[in-house]
Write a new protein. Structure first.
Length: 314
């Protein structure tokens, strides 16, 4: 696309899922050329910091922050003021919390879930008691959030994990319009609290136009299965509720991330069916997840992306 010799591997591999599709994105081109132009490296760090999501997207659109830490400083409250020694004053009626690195995170690494046991919060793995001293030893950058209680539709596929919709959003270089071009639904393994594929979960394609879930679930090795967590997807028809609201929400987020044009969004539905941003990614874009479900990353916008990246290559 941007160099004289393009590796043929990606086309040969993904044509098994997409057919003879000219819009297959070679992974080396995507990583080394397209992302470098659409998502300039120099602007990524601040946008990628999960602690700034409430500032960028709005507090009502993300999971509630209990406390956080930025760049090795002291522990802060949700308004970025110094937190008191007594963490309990920030917890309210919370019974379940998620602790995650806020920068340099990938594939769910380092995420801990805490549940209330008596007067303490204890991690579901490792029996770690949540204290201020533990938080200071955990990471220089983190956010402690209240767990999102998910909609019954989402919960039916795995009750122990927060199951999320990953959307591919491209903001057009021609008119700045944010467009959702592809979607997958990520489902955790029953008993696990992460839905991430690399943590044992699976994903399934979603029709961007309707929100209808596909018939085959896929694992991290791209093996396809009809059944997952006791559900035979080949025999059922599932349509994600409030799909138009989810797409509109994704488009709104695209208008808030001013310096970047290729974004993958992880969105949950809360108990009321309202879309909530869990995170977005502007680095190491997962082309493979969308293409392995026979979806195009750029679709009819592929040619404008090629032309724009040629003109603006680093």
């Amino acid at each position: 696309m941007l160099c004289s010799r393009v590796e043929p591997y990606s086309y040969r591999f993904f044509r098994h899922f997409c057919g003879n599709n000219p819009n297959i994105v070679p992974e080396d081109i995507g990583r080394s050329y397209i992302e470098e132009v659409l998502n300039p490296v120099e602007y990524r760090p601040a946008y990628a910091d999960k602690n700034l999501f409430p500032e960028i997207i709005g507090k009502n659109h993300v999971a509630r922050t209990i406390v956080c830490r930025i760049n090795g400083g002291g522990i802060l409250d949700a308004d970025y003021h110094n937190a008191s020694e007594d963490l309990s004053k920030y917890l309210g009626d919370s019974t379940s919390l998620i602790l995650k690195p806020s920068v340099n995170s990938c594939s769910g690494r380092g995420i801990l879930k805490f549940e209330k046991r008596g007067e303490e919060f204890v991690s579901v793995e490792g029996d770690i008691v949540l204290t201020k001293d533990f938080l200071l030893s955990y990471q220089n950058d983190f956010c402690l959030q209240e767990t999102v209680s998910q909609h019954d539709f989402m919960k039916q596929f795995c009750s122990t994990s927060l199951n999320t919709i990953r959307l591919c959003l491209y903001r057009s270089v021609s008119n700045n319009e944010p467009i959702v071009t592809a979607a997958i639904f990520r489902i955790g393994k029953q008993g696990a609290f992460l839905d991430n594929t690399h943590a044992g979960g699976k994903f399934i394609g979603v029709d961007v136009a309707t929100g209808e879930i596909g018939k085959l679930v896929i694992d991290q090795y791209l093996n396809r299965h009809k059944e997952w967590n006791g559900i035979d997807f080949s025999k059922e028809t599932f349509v994600i509720p409030n799909w138009k609201d989810i797409i509109s929400f994704a488009e709104y987020i695209g208008t808030r991330i001013h310096h970047h044009r290729l974004i993958s969004l992880d969105i949950a539905l809360n108990e009321e069916g309202k879309p909530i941003l869990i995170e977005y990614n502007i680095d190491a874009f997962s082309y493979w997840g969308f293409m392995s479900t026979n979806q195009e990353v750029f679709g009819k916008y592929t040619d404008e992306v090629i032309d724009y990246c040629k003109r603006n290559k680093k």
